[in-house]
Structure formats: structure tokens, C-alpha cells
Design a protein around this ligand. Structure first.
Ligand code: PEP
Length: 252
């Protein structure tokens, strides 16, 4: 049985103080939740504050990005060495990184390998654009992004990787995939993972992400191949995020 996993991607929102306060609010609301793993992914500058807020709770900490190199002349970047021991997870390959910062599959692959080398668990985001979806290319895009990003990942690391299926057209648009579509795409991703890692694919977690709200979460999270959610906008409001976590399998 895969442990359901809901992560909040706070993106470029919240000052250090606001991030700390939101984490404290979430701890209270999530105290009774045992069946679902929860991670908060604040901006880099708030990682330490949120870490102190969630100390002695079951809540995990995630970063939103990192460089693939351990150190060096990369002004403005954060390395896996800096995150190791601080964060548990790191979001990699988010469509906003691909789109606004030109991140390639090869770069994302190097980041995935670097994260695993340093004991960080990647939340690897993959997803098709609206144009690709309308051209019927969704499965080809998912397979290509997945295989490229996971090249060289050893079988013993497979279950440390979380996949987030995030259709680009659903991110921040208020237009989530239907529960049926989310299920179909996540099942397709699992079939690809089976090609790569065999039976370990049954243990790997696949999240859905894209305009998840308290209203659509129960149906999406009920799907057999959807093992949780990566939540953007709704993770910034404590009540909404708590409601989404509570909608995950096993909590209702
Ligand atoms: C995201 O950024 O990963 C995301 C899913 O955002 P939203 O929930 O706002 O669509």
C-alpha cells in the first residue's frame, strides 16, 4: 500500500514570518492526520524557519528547486549539498522552471541524480502543454520527459522518487483535469515506471497537480493510481490545504 503524499508548493510567496505562521497554522489542523505524508515547500529563505516550525511533527520539508552542482560559480543558485540535512524533498522539473528558466530534460536529469546522491527525494514534475494535449501528444510527452529525467536512476533509488503529473494547462488556471483523466494519465505514468523499474513501480508514488482545490480533491484523490497531490495556489490557505490533505485516501 503506497502512503499517500500531499505537498504544498508555495512558489514565490510568503515572507519568512508569513511562512512560519502558515506552517504553525497547518500543524494544528493536520495533527490528527496519520495516513498521509505531508510536505511543505516554501521559498529557500524560509526553509529554516519552516523547519523549526515543523520540528517534532510528521510534516516534511521540501525545496522548490536546486542546481545539479555541489558548489561553484553559479550566482544565485542553491546546491544539493546546501539542502541535504535541511530538506527531505526537492521539487524538480516544475513546468514554471522549464518554461520561464529554460530548463532542459538533460539538466533536470542531472538534478534528479544529484538529489538522490545527497539523500534528497525528488518530486519530479512532468506534464503536457495545452497544444500538446490538443494534438494528442500527451502520452508521448509524458514518456519522453519521464525517461529523460530518470536516466541513470538506480533501482534502489526508485522508490525515493515521487512523480507529479501536472498538465501545464491546469497549473494556476482553475481548470483541473477531470478525475478520470488524472487517473488515466497517472496509470500511464505507472506503466512507464514499470518499464523502467519493474515491480518497484507499484511502490512509487504518483501525484496529480494542477488547480487542486478542496472541492475537486476528494474525487481526484480517490483514483487508484493517484497517490496524492502537488498543490500550488490552494496550499497558501491553511483551511484549503488541510481540507485537501484530509481528502486523501485513508483519512475520510
Ligand atoms: C503547481 O504549481 O505545482 C500547481 C499545481 O499549482 P496550482 O495548484 O496553483 O495549479
Amino acid at each position: 500500500m503506497r502512503k499517500q503524499f500531499v505537498a504544498g508548493n508555495w512558489k514565490m510567496n510568503k515572507t519568512v514570518h508569513e511562512a512560519y505562521d502558515l506552517a504553525i497554522e497547518l500543524i494544528t489542523g493536520l495533527r490528527a492526520v496519520r495516513e498521509t505524508e505531508v510536505a511543505l515547500c516554501p521559498p529557500f529563505v524560509a526553509l529554516t524557519a519552516v523547519k523549526s516550525a515543523i520540528a517534532n511533527t510528521m510534516i516534511r520539508l521540501g525545496a522548490q528547486n536546486m542546481h545539479d552542482q555541489d558548489r561553484g560559480a553559479f550566482t544565485g543558485e542553491i546546491s544539493p549539498v546546501m539542502l541535504a540535512g535541511l530538506a527531505d524533498y526537492v521539487i524538480l522539473g516544475h513546468s514554471e522552471r522549464r518554461q520561464h528558466f529554460g530548463e532542459s530534460d538533460a539538466f533536470i536529469n542531472r538534478k534528479v541524480l544529484a538529489a538522490l546522491r545527497h539523500g534528497l527525494r525528488p518530486i519530479l514534475c512532468i506534464g503536457e502543454t495545452l497544444e500538446q494535449n490538443e494534438r494528442g501528444e500527451t502520452e508521448a510527452v509524458l514518456a519522453q520527459q519521464l525517461h529523460a529525467a530518470l536516466t541513470g536512476v538506480a533501482a534502489e533509488d526508485a522508490t525515493n522518487v515521487v512523480i507529479a503529473y501536472e498538465p501545464v494547462w491546469a497549473i494556476g488556471t482553475g481548470r483541473a483535469a477531470t478525475a478520470d483523466d488524472a487517473q488515466q494519465r497517472c496509470a500511464f505514468v505507472r506503466a512507464q515506471l514499470r518499464d523502467l523499474f519493474g515491480a518497484l513501480a507499484e511502490e512509487m508514488r504518483i501525484q496529480y497537480g494542477g488547480s487542486v482545490t478542496p472541492a475537486n480533491a476528494p474525487e481526484i484523490l480517490r483514483q487508484p493510481d493517484v497517490d496524492g497531490a502537488l498543490v500550488g495556489g490552494a496550499s497558501l490557505k491553511a483551511d484549503d490545504f488541510i481540507a485537501i490533505v484530509r481528502a486523501a485516501k485513508g483519512n475520510l
